[in-house]
Design a protein around this ligand. Structure first.
Ligand SMILES: Cc1cc2nc3c(=O)[nH]c(=O)nc-3n(C[C@H](O)[C@H](O)[C@H](O)COP(=O)(O)OP(=O)(O)OC[C@H]3O[C@@H](n4cnc5c(N)ncnc54)[C@H](O)[C@@H]3O)c2cc1C
Length: 381
């Protein structure tokens, strides 16, 4: 049987869910979201989901600022909970230079971002068990924090459903028919859907979805490790997120007595998104032990409670691919977030939905258009 739909969203991670919600709010007609497993079954559920407006590019600061306001009022804006914990975000650094800090404080200030520079002699007030070099300082973003990526995705999907969108789990897209340069039909493992608009939110599988429509996207999938540790009794779990720019590691609460830790950036560890080793090796664990033990001596006395490997959908410049793809009429992308897509997701869903409806996004997201415009630099944070 052939179904018809005004819009088909492919992928039920945080971006597909945000877009379904925002398009349904826009009354964009019949909207179908297709997810091959279940909502948030991909990298989204494994995300550290930290939220902080510290970037060198204006667009990310604007997106994270706007998203933070949505997280603060999630119940009213979406309904349900995003599990947002706003204990602040502390970036430890030995320099306020944009490159060392991986962010531009002047740009942040120009956007009304609230932050406080913490001098060396006050660092212990924020990280009482930390060992600090005399050159180190920190920047505290009091409105920063983290959310629960699983709850966030599910609450967006529920809200989209309440507004009339159809969320279909357990159905895989297997092909896309393009006719006379325009999207015509989506093939799935259970039948066809006739549509003129498709949005590729398939994250680490988005290059395969694009290839179905004859479009090449430069997405590489890389494996990245996450470690969990028992909280040392001396350490307060309600502290801000510790984002350690000196050692390139972060630490935040995962549960009442568990810390979760991840590494900055992405190590080159290319894998196949359908079959990669999701466990954590001893070598990977060692990447965490040294920097954490150096920063917090009490971490030496705590045990490793487990860990896992997840994946990032990396583009060559580390920026996502967002917007209409000119090669095929009706083909849109919101993918390639390169390990950085959670915090911006509520605001990007709103902006992209407006563009799909033929209006301008309230935040200029053309920096992410594909093919890239001139002047897009490589993301370093
Ligand atoms: C360990 C880790 C830590 C992170 N930490 C942060 C952080 O602190 N802050 C931050 O902002 N970002 C962070 N990120 C990045 C952020 O979580 C991701 O960018 C974001 O979750 C990606 O969401 P997505 O919806 O684009 O893709 P995904 O979550 O990859 O969702 C894509 C979905 O598409 C589905 N799909 C694929 N192929 C098909 C098909 N053929 N048919 C139907 N469905 C299909 C998949 O099953 C999947 O559910 C982190 C990511 C990871 C992995």
């Amino acid at each position: 049987m052939i179904k018809t739909s005004d819009i088909v969203i492919i992928g039920g991670g945080i971006h597909g869910a945000s877009l379904a919600f925002n398009l349904a709010r826009e009354k964009a007609g019949k909207i179908i979201l297709l997810e091959k497993k279940y909502m948030a079954s991909g990298p989204t559920a494994k995300s550290s989901a930290m939220i902080r407006p510290l970037f060198n590019e204006l667009v990310y600061i604007q997106l994270v600022n706007a998203s933070t306001k949505m997280f603060e009022h999630w119940g009213d804006f979406v309904g349900g909970s995003a599990g947002f914990v706003q204990n602040g975000f502390l970036r430890i650094t030995d320099s306020l230079d944009n490159e060392a800090l991986a962010g531009d404080l002047e740009l942040a200030k120009s956007q009304g971002v609230n932050f406080k520079i913490i001098p060396n002699n006050e660092l212990k007030d924020y990280a009482p068990n930390g060992n600090f070099d005399e050159k180190e300082i920190a920047v505290l973003f009091p409105e920063g924090g983290y959310a629960d990526p699983y709850l966030t995705t599910l609450s967006l999907a529920s809200a989209a459903k309440r507004l009339g969108a159809e969320i279909i789990e357990g159905v895989s897209v297997t092909g896309i028919k393009v006719s006379k340069g325009r999207i015509n039909t989506i093939q799935t493992d259970v039948g066809l859907i006739s549509t003129r608009t498709v949005i590729n939110c398939a994250g680490a599988w988005s290059d395969r979805i694009a290839a179905y429509a004859g479009i090449q996207l430069p997405i590489e999938v890389h494996r990245i490790p996450i470690c969990l540790f028992r909280r040392p009794l001396e350490m307060n779990i309600e502290n801000p997120v510790y984002s350690d720019g000196t050692y390139g590691v972060y630490l935040r609460k995962a549960d009442e007595n568990i810390f979760r830790s991840g590494l900055f950036g992405s190590n080159r560890d290319p894998v196949d998104s359908d079959r990669y080793d999701e466990t954590l090796s001893e070598n990977q664990l060692n990447l965490f032990r040294k920097p954490l033990d150096q920063r917090f001596s009490v971490m030496k006395k705590t045990y490793f409670t487990g860990g896992f490997s997840a994946i990032y959908d990396m583009t060559p410049d580390g920026h996502p691919i967002i917007g209409k793809i000119p090669e095929v009429d009706g083909f849109w992308c919101d993918c390639g977030w390169s390990g950085n897509g959670f915090a911006s997701s509520p605001a990007i869903g709103r902006g992209l939905a407006a563009e799909i409806m033929g209006r301008e996004s309230n935040i200029d997201i053309s920096y992410f258009s594909w093919p890239r415009k001139k002047g897009v630099s490589i993301r370093r944070n």
